[in-house]
Design a protein. Structure first.
Length: 227
């Protein structure tokens, strides 16, 4: 039931995105990624949706019912924390009460997680504080024991990596090169010619020291771009 009722909000969000005008301020914020999401928009103008507490629907707080406003053993969505109104149309008293129950759970979670993650970080830093990457590329501790033969398994420094797990953002580099070298008068290469050229360039001396998986990734990227 929780899955079904939560899905209603998702469907409402998709409808909102289709119907809203492109100049809508909240829509622009959500799509650009500056603040908010499709859930926030659907809750404002469509429906707040199912309220979840401990991963379940609102539990019984009174005898065989969540609130005294409902009949005993009632299983209708409204009696189990489904808020059909939006913030724009306004919540009923029972809907507001259910919404505050879920809101308090969020506040308690935040307070508890802050303490737990703070202590977890302290223990982690205590374990890692004596680790050093030596000139031979190995990671050792204060008594010179080898922890890793190659830092991180690949020897890549996160400080110099452009993307999450890769040293070079290939798409960004391609767009940058296109912007700098606008040779509009030259003949456009065909897809096969681009792949041949890429293979030839990767065989040059300056790429001989690069890793095989990096060269392979470059070729796969060029094939994907030229499809």
């Amino acid at each position: 039931m929780l899955k079904e009722l939560s899905g209603i909000r998702e469907q409402a969000a998709k409808t909102c995105f289709r119907e809203l005008h492109p100049t809508n301020s909240a829509l622009i914020m959500s799509l650009s990624g500056s603040k908010g999401s499709n859930i926030n928009i659907s809750q404002m103008i469509a429906c707040v949706g199912q309220q979840a507490i401990n991963g379940k629907r609102v539990p019984n707080g009174f005898e065989n019912r969540a609130l005294p406003h409902f009949e005993k053993f009632s299983k209708i969505p409204a009696s189990r924390g489904f808020v059909e109104n939006s913030f724009f149309s306004g919540l009923t008293p029972t809907e507001f009460f259910f919404h505050t129950m879920a809101g308090r759970e969020g506040l308690v979670d935040t307070a508890v997680k802050t303490a737990e993650t703070g202590y977890l970080q302290r223990r982690l830093v205590k374990c890692l504080e004596d680790l050093v990457v030596h000139y031979d590329g190995s990671v050792r501790n204060s008594i010179n024991e080898i922890v890793e033969l190659t830092f991180g398994g690949d020897g890549l420094d996160p400080v110099h990596m452009e993307t999450k797990n890769k040293p070079v953002d290939l798409l960004r580099e391609l767009n940058h090169i296109r912007a700098l070298n606008q040779f509009r008068e030259q003949k456009v290469l065909q897809s096969k010619e681009i792949i041949v050229s890429a293979n030839r360039i990767l065989l040059e001396d300056q790429f001989k020291t690069s890793r095989d998986d990096f060269r392979q990734e470059c070729l796969e990227f060029m094939e994907k771009v030229t499809e």
